[in-house]
Design a protein around this ligand. Sequence first.
Ligand code: SF4
Length: 388
Amino acid sequence: MLPSSPLPMNKEAPPQPASAAIPLFLPQLATLREWLRRHGARTCHEERVLRAWCQVRSLDNRHSASENFLPLALRGALPDIEAQLEGLARVVSEHPGEDGSARLLVGLADGQTVESVLLPRDGVCVSTQVGCAVGCVFCMTGKDGLLRQLGSAEIVAQVVLARRRRPVKKVVFMGMGEPAHNLDNVLEAIDFLGTLGGIGHKNLVFSTVGDPRVFERLGQGPVKPALALSLHSTRAELRAELLPRAPRMTPEELVAAGEAYARATGYPIQYQWTLIDGVNDSEEELEGIVRLLSGKYALMNMIPYNSVAALPYRRPDPEKARAIARWLHERRILTKLRNSAGQDIDGGCGQLRARITVDRHIAAKSRRQPGTTSTDDCQASLPGASQH
Ligand code: SF4
């Protein structure tokens, strides 16, 4: 809801009729802005309304009350605008974790759902797609492929939902989906959050499996986010097996492009390594990490895999994971051993959505064949956790 002051009506001009003005679905910030302009907003008005929305603040500020500032037509349309913004995303369910995080299952206007995660220290992890086309073999989110892109306004709306629950000073684009495959919308959301959204540029973290288009465009915008690269292996052939539809950049090419971006922006690259027992935890891999990252402006995040029943991959023993992080650290590779936020809630990102899909699937199947379906039957064929 837009926190606004009461809007006095006067007779300057009649407000726009609500039903004629409300479009059904405006998932892009650019179309949202255009719609505001059609209601009489100039740039300064548009920014005031969008800033109040994104920062969950009053439309009034200490210099002027909104009724003295916004044009009458726009004031008359505020209930419609509020309905439009409210309709972008809503919390279907909230699941607090033991580590201070909370997973939100977020419903979109067309009935699709994605997940956002409220992170312990004033952060939020947002989704950028429904589904994912990269198809990482250890991740259930990508199993059904890409269902649809999220619009830039839908991405920002996840931050607004988070800010209604707690302060947000950091946004990571590591939820469901591959941001590089929805680049225009993600970059539009980043520019918005880094300006009207009031988030520090280095606290916006673009996470990707690596794509030449990302390296071309990320540094061109007014807001330059930090970059997280999902590496997962230093061996090109194994990486191609694990991430079958990721662009074919070798680990060496990825690190070279990442290093150039880190030096240009002044923020270190965060390498993501989902640590899978017996797959990418060999001595050869660890030596490969030292070879690739020695002397680089980088941080290695080792994230032990969240096991999913339907997949054959396993989480390494905690002591082994600690020993790996220690071994790298001793070789001057800045390494952090991390757990996915809220993993006690249900494995990993995508599981809540999977559960809803399972429930719907069970309900539909039960209607067709009453009494013949169990949860286990359904889970094997349905999407589950993303494992960035
Ligand atoms: S790990 Fe990320 S990039 Fe890979 S399939 Fe899952 S959501 Fe897509």
